[in-house]
Ligand binder design. Structure first.
Ligand code: F6R
Length: 242
């Protein structure tokens, strides 16, 4: 993998935001893989300002989010549909109908995963997939133990991930117990993977992903199998690399 160590989150956001802006300028029908969470916000902010400054046409850009809670109404402010709308679609000015989020509706969840993977394939595949990483090495909601070949499917959230995400809800009880997430196999099909990580609490997961064995016990280690994977990390997140 290519490892880029930056001085600040803002530097990471500027770097990745500009490279995505370049991609869209060169290919107005680019397909972006979008992550939620706190980490990629700087990327979306820089992308939004690049798009405005350089007057880039983003009307035909397609987006595919990584994951969604299962059984949480899409209108809920913490559904990943709502989060992607607020943090990416609106600031960057993407066309809402071209930005897809897995469907967490329980009535259709059995087939929603296959449908989502088919929609990604029909769009021609993802050009660049933005990723964050969990402290346990998860990508998307693929927790340790997830098959490295997995497609989009329903998963059970670990207690740790529910605790980590409880800050967005009024209480732990309100945090959904299940999700629908792109699989590791789905993520690996993107043509370029860009994982961002900031802070010391990500250092172990980053070291395991880059220097540890390829293992389902650290889902992000699957990036070692990808021909074009980039880690953009700050010094704290890089602190456990050899
Ligand atoms: C987001 C996602 C998660 C997060 C990860 C890190 O769609 O699927 O894998 O990327 O939990 O979250 P933050 O960035 O909030 O530390």
């Amino acid at each position: 993998a290519e490892v880029i160590i930056v001085k600040s989150q803002d530097e990471a956001g500027a770097l990745v935001g500009a490279s995505i802006a370049d991609l869209i300028a060169a290919n107005p029908r680019a397909v972006l893989g979008l992550a939620t969470g706190s980490t990629p916000i700087v990327v979306y902010n820089h992308l939004a300002s690049q798009v405005k400054e350089r007057n880039i046409d983003v009307s035909q850009v397609q987006g595919f989010a990584l994951d969604e809670y299962a059984g949480l109404p899409v209108e809920h402010p913490e559904s990943y549909r709502s989060v992607i709308t607020r943090t990416v679609v609106e600031p960057v000015g993407l066309t809402p109908d071209l930005v897809h989020v897995p469907n967490g509706d329980l009535s259709t969840i059995a087939t929603a995963g296959r449908d989502y993977d088919a929609a990604i394939a029909a769009a021609g595949g993802v050009d660049v997939q933005i990723l964050g990483i969990g402290t346990d090495g998860h990508i998307g909601f693929n927790e340790p133990g997830s098959s490295l070949a997995s497609g989009t499917r329903i998963k059970t959230l670990t207690e740790q991930t529910r605790l980590d995400n409880a800050r967005f809800f009024n209480s732990l009880d309100e945090v959904p117990t299940h999700c629908i997430t792109q699989g590791i196999g789905t993520i690996l099909k993107a043509r370029h993977l860009v994982l961002l990580a900031f802070g010391e609490n990500k250092a172990d997961a980053v070291a395991q992903s880059i220097e540890g064995p390829v293992s389902a016990m650290c889902p992000a280690s699957a990036m070692q199998l990808h021909p074009h994977a980039t880690f953009v990390i700050d010094e704290a997140a890089a602190s456990k690399l050899k």
